[in-house]
Design a protein. Structure first.
Length: 100
């Protein structure tokens, strides 16, 4: 199904490989700097995750194992890899606090 025809054509901001490389570099450096305070940084939340391209690339380049997404489009949610946990569909209505 087409996003536009389904009324789910929300704003799109392409993320280049150069941007993903820089993000992965930043995550890896923070992982080293903050290791003793927080332990291994292993999770990331992508708000407006689309098809999960950025999450998948970051999981490979920055060794992230827990991938979370907020995505409005139900069509795109269905295209997310099984390794991505969908936290919600509306950032403004989503509680990011753990209930455990």
């Amino acid at each position: 199904m087409n996003l536009k025809n389904a009324g789910q054509d929300h704003e799109f901001y392409p993320t280049t490989n150069e941007i993903i490389d820089r993000m992965a570099e930043d995550i890896r450096s923070k992982g080293r700097d903050d290791y003793h305070r927080f332990g291994h940084l292993s999770s990331i939340l992508d708000i407006g995750a689309g098809t999960g391209k950025v999450l998948t690339a970051l999981s490979e380049r920055a060794e992230l194992s827990r991938l979370y997404a907020i995505e409005k489009s139900q069509i795109l949610c269905k295209q997310l890899p099984a390794s991505v946990f969908i936290v919600g569909t509306d950032f403004m209505e989503q509680s990011l606090l753990s209930k455990t």
